[in-house]
Design a protein around this ligand. Sequence first.
Ligand code: FPP
Length: 246
Amino acid sequence: MKSEVSETPYAGARLPLHVAVIMDGNGRWAKKRMLNRVKGHEKGADAVRMMIRTCREIGIRHLTLYAFSTENWQRPKTEVKALMELLKRFLASEKQEMIDNHIRINVIGELDRLPEDLVVSIKKAMDETADKNAMQLNLALSYGGRSEIAMACAEIARKVKNGEADIHAITPEYFERHLYTADIPDPDLLIRTGGEYRISNFLLWQIAYSELFITSTLWPDFSRKEFMEILSDYNRRERRFGRVDD
Ligand code: FPP
């Protein structure tokens, strides 16, 4: 039996439709090298590029990256500013490649809290890629799972109050149509780098049955090889969704 994991999934491999990633460890990566934390985020952007290219190449339809949480606003102002600028630069430098590769760019989170110039770049990137359908990149920016759920509740309550919705029709299927991820399938696989065993307010509703994979690798060091190993592990897992085996 082959022990090495191949560079591409073998024919017949069961690929996740949707991979979500908590990209943790940029700060520690920088600290280990006596660098400023921002250098870790910059290096992390290279791993983001690798993930987008790899997912597109092997045929993963949805990639969702946790790039900035609602809690991250509490970081030092200089780090927040540098992250926002990095995101803007990333969109500018990567957009054409994504257009060429038919990748749709989508952002989930509180867009109205982001700097105006970043919002302009995001909206432009979303518009210009709206008709692309080989893969969807969902960037979670100023995203928090609890806020998302509270927002959905508020919207449904408003509809009930206005007589647009019937309280008895509030099912899980109805509810999730009010989340940012309304048109996105739930993640099949959630990867967290940086070795912490937490969800950190990411996609709380959507990950109910996701397979979890936590690696101690710091995000800037996350490689295509390790991603392939995780996919190979995923392929061996049996997903029962709460049912029993036949
Ligand atoms: C967590 O690491 C990471 C972040 C808060 C930001 C993630 C941003 C990137 C990967 C770079 C840019 C992203 C895109 C989409 C271009 P941390 O700083 O909490 O690390 P630590 O736990 O080691 O301190």
